[in-house]
Design a protein around this ligand. Structure first.
Ligand SMILES: [Zn+2]
Ligand SMILES: [Zn+2]
Length: 323
């Protein structure tokens, strides 16, 4: 694509459209964001001595703790709310569900992407343990794990943490992705995500025998990537040990490489999976937060992406930092 040309691309995972408009990306130096949150050690509620263990703790690993899971002090959903559906012109579901926070480290300035292999396995094991428990509870149909990092990523606390939200329904993008995966399988007798690995050569960031990382054709966000096991797995618990290790090392590599390319941007990652949907294919989506959402995004749910996935792939390969 020339600098003047743009593409309106469909994301094969969701059917969402994006405008890919190259040549307008900001230079990294314009994007350097000072993370106010990480400086604010004094008022941090996630320190070893300040975390509210009496009221909030769910579990911890090691003594003294090195990973702790707590209830979110300001939950969007609450497990003591009776599950209730209202149908009609005004439809709603009562706010039944669970919000938890994984404090990844007791050290305020440690970063997720700098964890060693053992520590990241400890994090993943805590994620899986919590997912297993939440999926076993009444009416829980979807557990989503995600990370907000930096002010533009929506993090209100700088201390490295991951969030878990357990829903009484599968809603939003995961619902759409599951429907698309099933539709694709019915039409093609194969898995959409495994086929994406075969077809995304041009946008392959890197791969090992077990996993692949790609910049999806219809990426909504500049620098967006998807990380997935090559084998069909729909739930984290079902990954084998090598797949887990490769995915964790790749995830940290992607975050570190994006930091180098874009100047330490805020970011989010989400884990798309579902224990009870065998046709879904587990994948991580990683979004550096370079641009704000504006009228097109909010008004049309069409995203403007200023770096073509092909350009991002090239930049990524030129700057790839392994852990
Ligand atoms: Zn802290
Ligand atoms: Zn698959």
């Amino acid at each position: 694509m020339n600098e003047q040309e743009s593409d309106i691309r469909m994301d094969y995972r969701t059917g969402y459209y994006s405008i890919i408009v190259p040549g307008r990306e900001h230079r990294p130096e314009e994007l350097e964001i000072e993370d106010e949150g990480s400086k604010n050690l004094k008022n941090c509620p996630f320190e070893r001595d300040t975390v509210d263990r009496k009221n909030l703790e769910i579990m911890h690993v090691n003594e003294p703790w090195t990973t702790m899971v707590i209830k979110n002090k300001f939950p969007e959903l609450n497990g003591s709310t009776p599950l209730d559906y209202k149908k009609g012109f005004f439809s709603s579901i009562s706010g039944y569900g669970y919000n938890e926070v994984i404090i990844e480290t007791p050290n305020h300035f440690d970063k997720f992407e700098d964890m060693d292999t053992k520590k990241s396995i400890e994090w993943l094991s805590a994620v899986i343990e919590r997912e297993e428990d939440l999926y076993s509870r009444n009416y829980i149909k979807h557990v989503m794990v995600f990370k907000n990092s930096g002010a533009k990523g929506g993090a209100s606390i700088g201390h490295s943490h991951t969030q878990i939200i357990a829903w009484p329904e599968i809603l939003g993008t995961p619902k759409i992705e599951i429907e698309k995966a099933i539709e694709y399988k019915n039409q093609n007798y194969s898995c959409l995500y495994e086929d994406s690995i075969k077809k995304e050569n041009e946008r392959m960031l890197f791969e090992t025998e077990k996993i692949a990382a790609i910049a999806p054709y219809g990426s909504r966000i500049a620098g967006e990537s998807m990380l997935l096991p090559k084998r069909h797995v729909n739930y984290l618990l079902d990954l084998d040990e090598q797949e887990k290790e490769d995915i964790l090392e790749a995830l940290k590599s992607i975050i570190r490489t994006n930091s180098k390319i874009f100047g330490k941007p805020s970011y989010n990652f989400v884990i798309h999976e579902n224990k009870n949907e065998p046709d879904y294919h587990l994948h991580f989506e990683i979004y550096p937060r370079l641009a704000d959402f504006a009228g097109i995004e909010l008004g049309q749910n069409v995203f403007v992406n200023t770096i073509t996935p092909e350009d991002y792939t090239k930049k990524f390969k030129d700057n790839l930092l392994f852990t």
